[in-house]
Design a protein around this ligand. Sequence first.
Ligand code: ZN
Length: 504
Amino acid sequence: MTYAAFSSEIARINDILCAVNLLTWDARVMMPPGGTDARGKQIATLVGLAREMATGDTLQRAIEDARLELSGVPRGDVRVLAVEQAAQSIAALARIPAALVGEAAELKTVAQAAWAKARAANDFAGFAPMLERSMDLQREIAASLGYTAHPYDALVSTYEPGMTWSRLQELYGELRRALSPLLAQAREARVRSEILDRAYPVEKQRAFSSLVSSRFGYDFDRGRLDDTVHPFEISFTRSDVRITGRFRETWLPGGLFAVWHEAGHGMYEQGISENFSRSVFTTDFINLYAVGGASFGTHESQSRLWENRVGRSRRFWELNFGELQKTFPDQLADVDAEEFFRVVNAARPGFIRVEADELTYDLHIMLRSEIEAGLIAGEIRVKDLPDLWREKMKQALGLDVPDDRLGVLQDVHWSSGMVGSFPTYTIGNIMSSQFFAAACREKAVASGLDTGDYSPLKTWLNTNVHQHGRSKSPNELLVDATGSDLSTAAYIADLTRKVEEMAS
Ligand code: ZN
């Protein structure tokens, strides 16, 4: 029964991490402000416990016993895969010294508070010492994990296994070359932007976005939608996968598209094979996080697919605008489907990443990745960041950044010690088009999209992406599902088509 002992130890770790997710959900959705300190300690205790169990003797022995028991079983067997995958990721986790993990966790709380204060006061200098300390720790973590070409590779790999800085630079180069003429063309499209600024009652926004999420295939019997400041998705096994949204009366797309984005993440988690619940294939040991998605980028591919490839498509609005108009008869009385399609796809270069449109979003990511890679390699100094940011924004989008709140201080990531996660947003965009193109090669999927039946697409994703959980690497998953490695071609084709539709 040694494999069983291994599985049950993994299940216990996954249970703890699912409980951490629930505490996190509560902290971001329900918890009164006074709960912050105690909650931080509760989460730290549970994550520490999970780490001790993952790197402890009991699991190590269980892995060795299971290996013995399974010797002779073919490598493709799911049990062999589980044991080898656990051994490998736990070895990586164990390479990061516990003291370093503790220090990073402690700094995170202080640095986030310093960042929030600095952002409010537009005072980068006040945050700089924390950021320097944070980057030092990340450099140490990269060194502990190990890398061959570039220290950034080690950090990126914790979010996107196998990804490297040199590969990212190739992808970025291809995108940059394609995006700049597209952006110039897109800015000429006729758009009635004032449509979106009208008053759309929040309750109706919530009802419409939930209805469409259900039609896409998000299962409310195993999920729920709540309000939050920064929308997110989080799961406690496939049987309880929650999403959150943020609705503002005068910004309709913020509500709708964020919910469909999170529903896309949610469908991924809901679609993972039942056999993988509480297993290695739903546990990220490096980040000590209960999740079924193969990587951060793969996860993002699923949210972007529903948000952008489906939800921002012309056909979607031809089919669904009537219903939106019935929901908001006064606000949308003088608007037609085509005008609405255009306005939700308008390209408007801006300072803020989370508000960026499809054509400018990746440029925000590239800027951040280049800065991160430079910081980690010691080629960029923290004190130079505000000016460097201004320079790069001018280059990328032609904008003059008026202050650091709209510049280098806008994202929470670096204060949280998340270095190397930004590229996964662009990887997700690229993958979303590859998955979508492969799915659309199937007749049932294409005709479903044409008639407003989204179940064939969702079934295709369940079969080819979701159900596998973390049992395949991101690249294996992509190649098996689409027939090719990560490639910008499908994404560039989608963006080009969209710009052409907007011009006609
Ligand atoms: Zn997302």
